[in-house]
Design a protein around this ligand. Structure first.
Ligand SMILES: [Zn+2]
Length: 516
């Protein structure tokens, strides 16, 4: 028997390939970054003496996870911020204590950034306000972001640096919460995070960025994430350059597809960029639109959205529309229908990000136009308790569906929307399978899917959403050798154990980039 050379051979593995023609295997061999063989332990002899052999001891190997919607730079900044998530604080006084400690180490007038609070899990069951924060930090500007990043709280020095006073009108798409007695801003702001990031909060310094990215890289790799799709609407040429630089320095190992905002379309196309520009390591993705109704009406308006979507589509780009509420999902569907009526394109794969509330008639419309839905199963786990209390009974059955999407044939991908929730895909798989919130309550259990189906959404689903299913998403000869070794088989453990599964090794392009 002739021998073959490979750079690395995983053998004695329980390989879940996500390839329907050959769902299981024992051996995966990679050469020059690509998979060259998927087979049984007998194939191992082919490579003996000429390759690095890794005995997986029957552990499970799956394709690397693809997080189809994430915010890399925001994640870096959140990892450098004070963690106020439910796992580390349980009351407003806990938050105050954390801020007080930070005040000791921070020069006056320097921003103190805190993130991750969830008012639902605070003992006081309310949003903190500027007075709460002033008590902990009277002289430092403080920004405390809510977990969803949709709301944040500034203290009085923060409000004054932001130029937000009793006279300030609500900015487009934003809402300044006001104290009922005085009309003064309470400190709580909705839909104003990007406004603050652009005009008020200084960006991360070079040193902070590198520090934050180091943490991001470690977090992604230890979660088995080998590809991410950055869905930040502020992205443009500058962010591309930043990511490129991080990639070139080898500081950010996962492959990245970078979406960007419509504001950057002309600039990027004039510079010669096009959809998919770049390489396997960093490429240009969809034009991202953020659509909301925070201020009580659609922002942007239906007309503006229609025009923007059409412009991006005609420039040859895929579009990705952030739409959470039923009205915004409806408006996104209308914009896509309008665009495809005027300018049909067969394989557009235009995406709806979140598509959180999608009743059957709307789902049929999305199916008819072949939209792709990028959903966040882990929201069920981290925010399920809030949904059960805040979402109406009529909408609950259509919230963060998965079974209905699969049944209808709608293409869907899974993602974390990190830093909104932690990026661990196995928590997402757990939530998609059990439909359980952190406190154990179940959320429309009829929408549950199998572990295999959930893994598919986190691998092949993501690859399809960025037109890369020929390159990644399953373990097949010719695809990129992006692999993850798990300590247990998600298709064999009890549902409760899914979220406890640990990543043992993460491999990108045939190279072990992380090991427990
Ligand atoms: Zn997002």
């Amino acid at each position: 028997m002739s021998t073959e050379a490979a750079d690395v051979v995983l053998y004695n593995a329980n390989v879940l390939t996500m390839n329907r023609r050959r769902p299981r295997a024992e051996v995966v061999a990679a050469k020059d970054g690509k998979i060259v063989r998927v087979g049984t332990n007998n194939d191992c002899d082919l490579f003996k003496g000429r390759s690095k052999l890794i005995n997986c001891e029957r552990k499970t190997v799956i394709p690397g996870f693809n997080d189809a919607h994430i915010h890399i730079l925001a994640y870096a900044s959140s990892l450098l911020s004070i963690d106020c998530s439910p796992s580390s604080v349980s009351s407003i006084s806990d938050i105050q204590e954390k801020i007080r400690q930070q005040v000791q180490r921070t020069p006056r007038r320097t921003w103190i950034k805190c993130t991750g609070y969830n008012e639902f899990y605070l003992a006081e069951h309310r949003h903190p306000n500027r007075h709460d924060l002033d008590r902990a930090a009277p002289y430092h500007p403080v920004r405390l972001s809510q977990r969803s990043l949709h709301a944040c709280v500034l203290n009085s020095p923060g409000l004054s640096l932001a130029g937000i006073s009793i006279e300030t009108p609500d900015p487009p798409g934003g809402l300044i919460d006001r104290e009922p007695e005085t009309g003064e801003p309470s400190g709580l702001l909705f839909g104003m995070n990007s406004y603050l990031n652009e005009r008020v909060i200084p960006p991360l310094s070079e040193k902070e960025l590198r520090q934050g990215i180091k943490l991001v890289n470690r977090s992604l790799l230890s979660s088995g994430i080998t590809s991410v799709q950055d869905a930040t609407v502020r992205n443009g040429f500058d962010q591309w350059q930043k990511l490129l630089c991080l990639k070139e320095r080898g500081e950010l190992a996962p492959r990245i597809s970078m979406m960007f905002g419509l504001h950057a379309l002309d600039d990027l196309t004039e510079r010669g960029f096009y959809y998919g520009y770049g390489d396997n390591s960093l490429s240009l993705g969809a034009v991202k639109f953020a659509l909301d109704e925070t201020s009580g009406r659609l922002n942007p308006s239906q007309k503006e959205l229609n025009e923007g979507v059409l412009r991006a589509h005609q420039a040859g780009f895929q579009v990705a529309i952030h739409a959470v509420e039923e009205n915004t999902v409806e408006a996104a569907a209308a914009a896509l229908e309008h665009c495809l009526r005027l300018n049909p394109r067969a394989d557009h794969r235009h995406r709806l990000e979140h598509c959180s509330v999608c009743p059957p008639p709307l789902l049929r419309r999305l199916k008819a136009i072949k939209a792709v839905v990028v959903t966040q199963p882990a929201f069920i786990y981290y925010s399920g308790e809030r949904y059960l209390s805040d979402v109406s009974d009529t909408q609950l059955p259509w919230l963060y569906q998965a079974r209905s999407f699969l049944k209808s044939g709608l293409k869907s991908a899974a993602s974390s929307d990190c830093p909104v929730v932690p990026c661990n895909p196995l928590v997402g798989v757990y939530a998609a399978v059990t439909r359980r919130a952190e406190n154990g309550q179940a959320l429309s259990p009829k929408e549950a899917i199998s572990p295999e189906e959930a893994l598919r959404m986190y691998t092949l689903g993501g690859a399809y959403a960025s037109f890369e299913e020929r390159l990644k998403g399953s373990i097949e000869v010719g695809k990129l050798a992006d692999l993850v070794v798990l300590n247990a088989d998600p298709t064999a453990v009890s549902p409760e154990e899914l979220k406890e599964i640990r990543v043992e090794k993460t491999i990108i392009g045939g190279e072990v980039v992380w090991e427990r």
